[in-house]
Ligand binder design. Structure first.
Ligand code: ADP
Ligand code: MG
Length: 444
């Protein structure tokens, strides 16, 4: 049972987190809807209970053992038992000289990174650091939302430095791993080794720094490591999901040290970048699925409709290729809509018809009420049609549904409006630009 649950958990939380947090745990019993899990340390069980309880409950239910609660026991005895089968798995013990670096993803290279407006600065800064030479900005702090390429750039930097300077010791790990290893060193009384190890690297790269917010002793240790390395002129690269000043429960002195270097953010993707990424991934897929045909317009459709993040975009494309090759059919727009219905719907929720009406009304300086009102003067009717057009393009609402949101208009009225704008769009480049701008505003 636990074996199955573990497999499922690994799928949900990913191999890295799994190895760090779940691998050392054992299920010791299920009683009256409560699962008891043995953990070698209090720290581990605290962390897992705070971050993964829900996942564990969900997964146990899925593999046929419905529970509503998870409790942890951390006894010295269970610790020994639990640790035994998991020997090879979790973070290795930090002994001096031992490499602690996390594995690099083969696909995360500079070659595979598509550059566009939203990420060009981050990319340029990453290239500069990867080129080595005198340390120009320290630390390099990359931040941005989920799935925008932070980890990709970090791995690319690490790989490049290792290739160009084989003697350099590049240490790349997530803040979670940093913390785990530090706490482990405390527990095993190997803190001196830990310090030694971290302070003798040439390049330190810490991914997802936001995870150590609120972890006081870990922050303290990170701060000292950081200062020592900066003083020695060693390069530090950090990523986080937000700017240094915004990280919750992070000590002020750390924030201000982080702000001394170069801070660059990865902006949400725009249409061009998404299209570029899709094209590049499609080229890669084509070698994997030779002979597969794709109808024109599919990539453009995806770039318009899947705006959440690159990871989702990639996943969608992958599913599409797998599906088409299984069916032995060309990838068409219809197939895309059918095969990716769930992803498309999830992305839709982000833009509502109300938001579209509000933005368009604002842009053309008309009253929001006129969007649904009866006025027929051109200055009002045209923006209304533009809003209808965007509602059709950017949401998966049907024409009658859209009609209802536009003051109960008939679906033929909506269709007429959409057609009108499509027609004008081709002839009037000013209007086309307006629409692009509005779409961008709504997607942001
Ligand atoms: P983050 O660490 O910011 O959450 P990742 O670096 O893990 O995001 O990126 C998520 C996925 O999207 C990865 O598979 C990565 O290769 C891909 N990706 C993100 N940005 C780009 C880009 N500009 N070009 C190519 N692939 C990208
Ligand atoms: Mg990441």
């Amino acid at each position: 049972l636990w074996g199955q649950a573990r497999e499922e958990l690994q799928k949900i939380i990913g191999a890295d987190s799994f190895a760090t947090w779940i691998e050392p745990l054992r299920l010791t019993g299920v009683d009256d809807g409560t699962a008891t899990i043995a953990s070698p340390t209090r720290f581990l069980s605290d962390w897992v209970s705070r971050h993964y309880s829900d996942d564990i409950v969900k997964v146990l239910g899925r593999v046929g053992s419905p529970v509503h609660r998870v409790t942890f026991e951390t006894r010295a005895q269970t610790a020994r038992q639990a640790a035994a089968p998991a020997r090879r798995a979790p973070a290795p013990r930090p002994a001096a000289g031992e490499e602690l670096t996390a594995p690099l993803d083969q696909r995360f290279t500079f070659d595979n990174f598509v550059v566009g407006k939203p990420n060009e600065l981050a990319h340029a800064a990453a290239l500069r650091v990867a080129a080595g030479g005198p340390v120009t900005f320290n630390p390099l702090f990359l931040y941005g939302g989920v799935g925008l390429g932070k980890t990709h750039l970090m791995h690319a930097i690490a790989r490049e430095i290792r290739a160009n300077q084989p003697e350099a010791r590049v240490l790349y790990l997530s803040a979670e791993q940093f913390m785990y290893r530090f706490v482990q060193a405390l527990r095993e009384r190997t803190v001196m080794d830990f310090k030694e190890l971290f302070r003798t690297v040439s390049v330190l790269m810490v991914d997802d720094l936001q995870f150590i917010g609120g972890k006081d002793s870990t922050q303290e240790e990170f701060f000292h490591t950081f200062n020592t390395l900066v003083d020695q002129g060693k390069q530090i690269v950090i990523s986080a999901d937000r700017a240094p000043g915004e990280i919750k429960d992070m000590e002020e002195r750390i924030k201000s040290r982080l702000q001394c270097g170069l801070i660059v953010d990865l902006h949400p993707t725009d249409y061009e970048l998404r299209l570029g990424i899709l094209q590049s991934k499609t080229d890669a897929f084509r070698t994997q699925y030779p002979g597969l045909q794709m109808a024109p317009g599919v990539l453009e459709f995806l770039a318009h409709r899947i705006t959440s993040n690159v990871r989702v975009l990639e996943g969608a494309l992958q599913r599409l290729f797998a599906f088409a090759s299984l069916m032995g059919r060309e990838i068409t727009l219809d197939m895309t809509q059918e095969c990716l219905a769930d992803i498309l719907r999830a992305n839709d929720r982000k833009v509502s018809i109300e938001e579209i009406q509000r933005k368009v009304a604002e842009h053309y300086n008309i009253r929001l009420a006129d969007m649904i009102g009866p006025k027929r003067v051109r200055t009002v009717a045209r923006p209304r049609q533009i809003a209808m057009y965007l509602a059709k393009q950017m949401t998966s609402r049907s024409l009658p549904e859209i009609g209802r949101r536009f003051g109960g208009r008939d679906h033929t009225t909506i269709m007429h409006g959409v057609r009108k704008i499509e027609e004008l769009r081709g002839a009037d480049s000013g209007l086309a630009e307006d629409i692009d701008l509005l779409r961008r505003l709504l997607e942001a």
